[in-house]
Design a protein around this ligand. Structure first.
Ligand code: C2E
Ligand code: MG
Ligand code: MG
Length: 716
């Protein structure tokens, strides 16, 4: 019986074979690397697509063939042929989708796949109900099976690539799909050439299928293949996305945990551990031929005072602000970390010379020193920095940190607001400080403190009108320890409160003795910033005055400018209370801090003390002269008196006199000394009219404080 082909349909059938192979491989690709549930989906999806593809190719191929007789099919054999195609595809993919893939398994996969394609074709043919029956030419049948197995093997080989895993290149996948398409359609058309239909053969029974039915069926098959692929694809993608999201979340949690262990909770800065990590990697780099680096240890001066007086909430906010400023102050690439408390660290790579590190430290101190708003308060923070350099000052993280710390203590010892580079002489200072702290604890009980007094002299009359009490620690082995050394320690440890109370008591005691000896001298006592803000300050003062029956006018309190200006609003309230007690109040070290002049008017203050640093320069530096002049005229306009400190030469005194300074103290007249040592000098230079100066002050102080403040404001 003559057979002709519609070549468009032939082309379509080959295209379908290639297309479904490509789809099947795409799905099977996931089989090799995906997780368990995805593997199952891909496996079933890929096998079903391949099976349906083989099967529909067969029927489009049949449709492409036109024969005079119409063909009748047995339904169940048709279904079986479809199931065989799917099953063999599934088995083949199962066999080859293992890594590593051996050649043996690949050959077996090819055999199963090719065999499946052949079996599908001949089952499909067997489904045709025709008589007389179709006869086959054996060589062509054999050829069709060889092509089926060979091309299937080639396709699988290209797709699953033994030893290298699933083909990644789209071109390779396409080539594999083409080979598989050749396997499917080649088998079909060679198989058809092998089939011989007897002339006059005709179908009987089964279902007679005409071309419309075929077209519909194949369209359905193609659509369902696509749909299946799509659904599997989407589902798989969904699973993959879920897995990815899960992995990402895990990664996030991991990162968060790591962040937490390496960062400070309050400021978000890296913590001590992170700093150690960084310093160790900097050391590794430097040893491997990189450049040196600097470690800066930074500590806020008088942080305890702010923390105690403003509350811990404000203290925390201050630390956060400091952290932010520090980050902006350092260079890009520097690391800022918080050690805890008010201690911060900076690692500055590439900085290996002291001058360079000093520049950085100065910049940091300046940036932190700018006034800072805490709620509505303006707060001043000063800081000190200790520097150690690699390789000059140590070759381990521990040594570098220790030395930076020792340099920091040294900077603090110089009064803070400065930096120090480590020098070997500093070594052991930290331990030394600890020892000193312990000894300071017992010093009061052991009565190791003394008060020395330094007379203050009226510039105009040359008479002594008051004295300043200066504490001395007579240490059994160290000799006199300077207050500059132990007052900061006492402030940090809180010991300043009992020590300060002792000073007040002792000063009042001495004032009483002088009064009884006919020398009514006013005694000025230095109040530490911590003392100034202690809640029971007034009681402590009142108790000292009443114990020794000293009139309040004989007591003067010196408070440093920085202490007064820190939380100026609260200072106003405390100062008002003090002035209501009728004690005299002066501002010490004036000119060294940052003074808000608008506050100065509101402070009920009697006296400004010009800091030694200006006096020392007054004869040499015109700038200092100008500043002293400005301070004096400011004070006078606010009805305050001015005392110059640290006057050592006659020239300095002359300059001060010319500027209208009221009072001076300094080595020029007398060093601080014990009352016994001072007695002759005091008697000789006491005011002609004892109490004259006193009376004037008392009159002024007797007015209610609000009136005094008002007068000052108007006078300004
Ligand atoms: P200050 O209140 O400014 O005291 C003045 C310092 O200048 C004193 O140092 C004094 O001995 C020194 N001095 C006086 N005349 C001259 C001079 O002509 N040239 C130079 N170069 N220095 C002069 P000192 O006694 O070592 O006290 C240092 C600081 O310690 C004081 O500065 C004060 O802030 C603090 N201090 C001293 N005694 C006490 C105290 O009892 N309580 C508190 N809280 N602080 C105290
Ligand atoms: Mg003083
Ligand atoms: Mg002073």
């Amino acid at each position: 019986m003559p057979i002709t082909y519609n070549y468009w349909l032939v082309a379509l059938s080959v295209a379908v074979a290639v297309f479904v192979s490509y789809t099947a491989f795409r799905l099977a690709a996931r089989v090799t690397d995906a997780r368990r549930p995805m593997r199952r989906n891909s496996m079933v999806g890929g096998a079903t697509a391949m099976g349906i593809g083989i099967w529909s190719m067969h029927f489009i191929g049949m449709l492409a063939m036109s024969m005079r007789a119409s063909l009748h099919y047995s339904l169940w054999l048709t279904v079986v042929s479809l199931l065989v195609a799917i099953a063999s595809s599934w088995a083949a993919i199962q066999i080859v989708a293992t890594t590593p893939l051996s050649r043996g398994r690949l050959a077996l996969g090819g055999l199963v796949m090719g065999g499946g394609i052949g079996a599908m074709h001949y089952l499909g043919m067997a489904a045709i109900d025709i008589s007389p029956a179709i006869r086959y030419q054996p060589t062509l049948v054999a050829a069709s099976l060889v092509v089926a197995i060979g091309a299937a093997w080639g396709g699988l080989w290209l797709a699953f690539q033994p030893g290298r895993g699933f083909a990644r290149l789209p071109a390779t996948r396409l080539a594999a799909a083409v080979l598989m398409g050749v396997a499917i359609s080649g088998t079909h058309y060679i198989g058809m050439a092998a089939a011989q239909f007897a002339p006059g053969a005709h179908g009987s029974g089964g279902i007679a299928l005409d071309s419309t039915w075929f077209a519909l069926a194949t369209a359905l098959v193609a659509a369902s293949t696509l749909g299946l692929t799509l659904v599997t694809d989407i589902y798989t993608a969904e699973l993959a996305a879920r897995a990815r999201a899960h992995a990402m979340r895990l990664q996030q949690i991991n990162a968060q945990l790591r962040h937490q262990t390496l960062h400070d909770r309050l400021t978000g800065l890296p913590n001590r551990d992170a700093f150690f990590e960084q310093i160790n990697s900097a050391l590794d780099e430097a040893r491997a031929g990189g450049t040196g680096f600097a470690v800066l240890a930074l500590d806020l001066d008088r942080f305890k005072l702010i923390n105690d007086s403003l509350g811990h909430g404000a203290g925390d906010r201050l630390l956060c602000e400091v952290a932010t400023r520090l980050r902006t102050a350092v260079r890009a690439g520097d690391m800022v970390a918080r050690m805890g408390g008010d201690e911060f660290l900076v690692l500055a790579p590439g900085v290996s010379r002291a001058a360079e590190a000093g520049q950085l430290a100065n910049h940091v101190i300046a940036v932190l020193g700018k006034p800072l708003k805490l709620d509505s308060l303006e707060v001043l923070v000063s800081s000190s920095v200790g520097i150690s350099l690699y390789p000059a000052n140590g070759d381990s993280a521990d040594a570098l940190l220790l030395h930076a710390d020792e340099a920091l203590y040294s900077a603090k010892r110089q009064g803070g607001r400065t930096f120090q580079c480590f020098t070997p002489q500093m070594s052991g200072f930290a331990a030394e400080r600890l020892r000193l702290e312990g000894e300071l604890h017992r010093a009061l009980d052991l009565k190791q403190f003394e008060l020395h007094y330094q007379p203050r002299v009226d510039v105009a009359t040359g008479r002594v009108s008051s004295v300043e009490a200066l504490i001395r620690w007579r240490h059994p082995t160290r000799g006199y320890v300077s207050p500059l050394t132990f007052i900061p320690i006492a402030e940090e440890t809180g010991l300043i409160l009992p020590i300060g109370a002792w000073v007040l008591d002792e000063a009042c005691h001495q004032a009483r003795r002088w009064q009884q000896a006919g020398m009514p001298l006013r005694v000025a006592v230095n109040l530490s910033a911590v003392q100034f803000r202690q809640p029971d300050l007034l009681q402590v003062i009142a108790s000292a005055l009443s114990t020794h029956q000293v009139p309040p006018q004989l007591l003067e309190l010196e408070i440093t400018e920085t202490a007064v200006m820190t939380d100026a609003e609260e200072s106003v309230a405390i100062l008002e209370l003090l002035s209501r007690m009728n004690v005299v109040v002066s501002v010490d070290d004036f000119g060294t801090g940052y003074s808000n002049m608008s506050y100065l008017r509101r402070f009920p203050i009697d006296r400004l003390k010009i800091d030694t640093s200006f006096v020392a320069e007054i004869t040499a530096d015109p700038q200092s002269t100008l500043i002293v002049q400005a301070i004096i005229s400011l004070a006078h306009s606010l009805r305050m008196k001015v005392t110059a400190e640290g006057v050592e030469t006659q020239a300095q005194l002359d300059a001060l006199a010319a500027l209208g300074c009221d009072q001076y103290q300094g080595f020029l007249f007398s060093r601080p000394a014990t009352p016994a040592a001072l007695e002759p000098k005091l008697r000789a230079h006491l005011l002609n009219r004892p109490g004259a100066d006193l009376a004037a002050t008392s009159a002024r102080l007797a007015r209610p404080s609000w009136a005094r403040t008002a007068t000052i404001t108007r006078g300004a």
